[in-house]
Design a protein around this ligand. Sequence first.
Ligand SMILES: *[C@@H]1O[C@H](CO)[C@@H](O)[C@H](O)[C@H]1NC(C)=O
Ligand SMILES: *[C@@H]1O[C@H](CO)[C@@H](O)[C@H](O)[C@H]1NC(C)=O
Length: 550
Amino acid sequence: MAADVDKTTSEEERKIEENGLRTPASGSRFYRGVWTLFMLCAVPLVAYGVKYYQDTQLLKRHEESVRVLGAEGLFLFSSLDTDHDLYLSPEEFKPIAEKLTGISPPADVDEEVIQDPDGETLTLEAKMQPLLLDSMTKSKDGFLGVSHSSLSGLRSWKSPAVPSSSFLASQFRVFLPPKTKVDVGDTWWVVPSELNIFTGYLPNNRYHPPTPKGKEVLIHTLLSLFHPRPFVKSRFAPQGAVACIRAKNDFYYDIVFRIHAEFQLNDVPNFPFWFTPGQFTGNIVLSKDASHVRHFHLYVPNDRSLNVDMEWLYGASESSNMEVDIGYLPQMELQSTGPSTPSIILDEEGNVIDRRDGSSEPIQFVFEEIHWTSEISREEAARHLEVTFYPFKKVPYFPLPEAFEKAEAEKKLVHSILLWGALDDQSCSGRTLRETVLESSPILALLNQSFISSWSLVKELENMQHPELSEKARLHLEKYSFPVEMMVALPNGTIVHHINANYFLDQTAMNPEEEGATVSFSSGFEDPSTSTYINFLKEGLQKAKEYTAQ
Ligand SMILES: *[C@@H]1O[C@H](CO)[C@@H](O)[C@H](O)[C@H]1NC(C)=O
Ligand SMILES: *[C@@H]1O[C@H](CO)[C@@H](O)[C@H](O)[C@H]1NC(C)=O
């Protein structure tokens, strides 16, 4: 295990050097591998998986499975066995049945929604330009040591699986806001994230997406136009989809959304290859009853030099070596060819013309222009979406130099997090922190009141040249230990208090024997990590007083 950590670390270092760490996808998930190891070392009792292995029955079954299937066979079996009970239910066997018979049973239609087959329809066109292979780090050595089969799914994916498809306007009601969200700027979860520190992340050894349910169905269908195996919920938090009302009037909404989903590009017998765009975003203009869709657009932003994270496995187990790379996807988008139009219309004499029979002349529709009575900018809506995905961003995080200036001016302390990976993308080091303590409301309030917050990458501080800042950076680095260090600093750079993330997790690891320990988290009680972090900040304030009193 230790050897693995070292290996991944140096690998990561090399990657940071080659790519910089400022891209959305580049705080690559490789950290998660590292961090997961740390987490498992630091808080072994927290992991759900442990309980299974205490179950001797299951252990026996596991040994037997290895004997019968071998490691590779068991790997495939496990990729289907989503509840890890070492038995396959009909539901779990479904992907194989579909593959062998070529027949897929109809997807779950959202029961509450009765689709009107005579309603308006629209056509979406899918466009993509394949990932630029030479934007990948591994291309520099000609993919030396990367087995051909690993990249086969990626190399063969050159165009959308379905270039164009027709939809009922009413299917897009999944993007309508819930009754409680009525104002521009309001956000809500279309597909909620189900992950937190205790559930960890979803397994890597899966090939087939779970059957989508409810609002996931449409998103799954939309992403399926690009590739047949989209996972609407990404393996790592924050997963799911969030939407925001950007503009409205009496009849229409403009809804902006952001989706954290990914694709599985390989299929049996190759090992899994995960393709994870930084995000899918876009907007939909639709009537408030979803009978009419004026415009739909979904795309992967391509304004950064790297926008896709890729991970692939090299062996038949969850702990197998995993390769990580990042790359650039020039285009992946879905766009409506025009507003939705009715399939049945009445002519002047009241006769029904069914446009679907194809015999009638094409009809020209004229659409009224939409005037918004209330709206915010696209950028502002995007920021609302971001804060919903990453609630710790409710307090601003400044670059370190700016944080020190502000702290000086406002006579506050600097709350600084020094870490190996980025805090506001899908990288691992920050994940545990931001999903628990940094977004809890008592901590947000305390940070807002007495601190200026900042986070930095170790690499950035090491490269800081400015003479005055480099002294502050040096003081920071002096107190740093891998992987994440939280610090409280005076405006002049002196660190008055600090705590390492692993030590912090040790402190807050819950003892399962303690009554209600796990219950308290899920029911939203204040969890031990929140109170520990509050204590840490308060101790920092206290120590700072002692310094300045001297
Ligand atoms: C931070 O404090 C300001 C002023 O006291 C307040 O307006 C703002 O809502 C606070 N923000 C948070 C996230 O608590
Ligand atoms: C910062 O200020 C404190 C108290 O005023 C002092 O003890 C400390 O030495 C100063 N640190 C630096 C780096 O100047």
